[in-house]
Ligand binder design. Structure first.
Ligand code: C2E
Ligand code: MG
Ligand code: MG
Ligand code: MG
Length: 287
């Protein structure tokens, strides 16, 4: 009967929910262990000045080293967000980045800015601003060297709150970038009021270049009007690079230059790039 079928469906649905919950619980437990056992690490992807070809900074991207394998953030950040464990993981990312900034400062006298990703839920957390300030103080790093990347969607969740938090971060000197720009639902009229310093053109619009350049052009124009630095994400070939250069995009990152690298490899590439140009960086790209 229809009733029996319905109740079968319900039982199936319930079983699936239970399984999903179990997977989530298991993953949450192993993320806790991962924090405790120091299984996270940061990779660094260079950001280049497109005109000079020099490395001007990097983005820190988290990896989970589990049983000898590297796990991508795409497969654990969403669960970390669902369960709330993103808060301590995010704190670890902030602390680790400050530690690396301090190390570069002491070891090489380098001042290479690091951009870190802050998840929606972490951005909404009441202690985010004080966490970042405290960490910068503890490791004695210049706030200008730490840039916070926040997605458009997190900012638009609660615009008043976002403006307030960003003001605090900006007045403390930290850089602020809107990540994956163009994929969310920004209200353009609010964008003017957000104290941001950088907009990152999402990879999907860069991959459309040079053929379909409407969105990239629009973002570049907007950035110019609002006096923001524009970073193009996901540059994979020379045609994309040429288009971006001739359309005055200042900064870029992508596999064409380099994958995200372990710290030591990034340091080596950085040093090489200080004497290289964009044309011979080719040979330094490695993997
Ligand atoms: P995102 O912040 O937009 O980071 C850029 C992603 O694009 C990185 O993936 C990077 O490896 C990848 N990418 C860079 N250049 C290219 C390219 O030329 N082609 C292609 N196909 N991909 C490219 P990854 O490292 O897997 O990170 C994925 C996302 O996970 C990040 O996107 C970010 O949203 C999140 N994530 C990474 N690390 C953290 C973290 O420490 N905290 C939080 N909350 N999220 C993080
Ligand atoms: Mg990012
Ligand atoms: Mg992005
Ligand atoms: Mg992204």
């Amino acid at each position: 009967s229809a009733k029996a079928a319905g109740s079968n469906q319900w039982a199936f649905f319930k079983q699936q929910m239970t399984e999903r919950a179990a997977v989530r619980l298991r993953t949450e437990a192993s993320l806790h262990d991962a924090l405790k056992n120091n299984e996270f690490l940061l990779y660094f992807q260079p950001k280049l000045d497109l005109q000079t070809g020099k490395i001007t900074g990097c983005e820190a991207l988290i990896r989970w080293q589990k049983d000898g394998r590297l796990i991508s953030p795409m497969s654990f950040i969403p669960v970390a967000e669902e369960t709330g464990i993103i808060i301590p993981i995010g704190r670890w990312v902030i602390e680790q980045s400050c530690r690396v900034l301090r190390e570069w400062q002491k070891k090489y006298n380098y001042a290479i800015p690091i951009a870190i990703n802050v998840a929606s839920q972490q951005f909404a957390d009441a202690s985010l601003v004080s966490d970042i300030k405290q960490m910068a103080l503890r490791y004695q790093i210049q706030p200008e060297l730490l840039e916070i990347e926040i997605t458009e969607t997190s900012l638009m969740n609660d615009i008043e709150l976002a403006i307030n938090k960003l003001e605090q971060l900006k007045s403390a000197g930290f850089g602020i970038a809107v990540d994956d720009f163009g994929t969310g639902y920004s209200s353009l009229s609010y964008l003017r009021h957000l104290p941001i310093t950088t907009m990152k053109i999402d990879r999907c619009f860069v991959s459309d270049l040079p053929g379909d350049s409407a969105i990239a052009s629009t973002i570049l124009m907007l950035g110019k009007q609002l006096n923001l630095t524009i970073v193009a994400e996901g540059i994979e070939n020379e045609l994309q690079l040429d288009w971006l250069k001739s359309n005055e995009c200042q900064i870029g990152q992508g596999f064409y230059f380099s994958q995200p690298l372990p710290q030591a490899d990034f340091e080596a590439l950085y040093m090489a790039s200080q004497t290289a140009t964009i044309s011979n960086l080719d040979g330094l790209r490695g993997t």
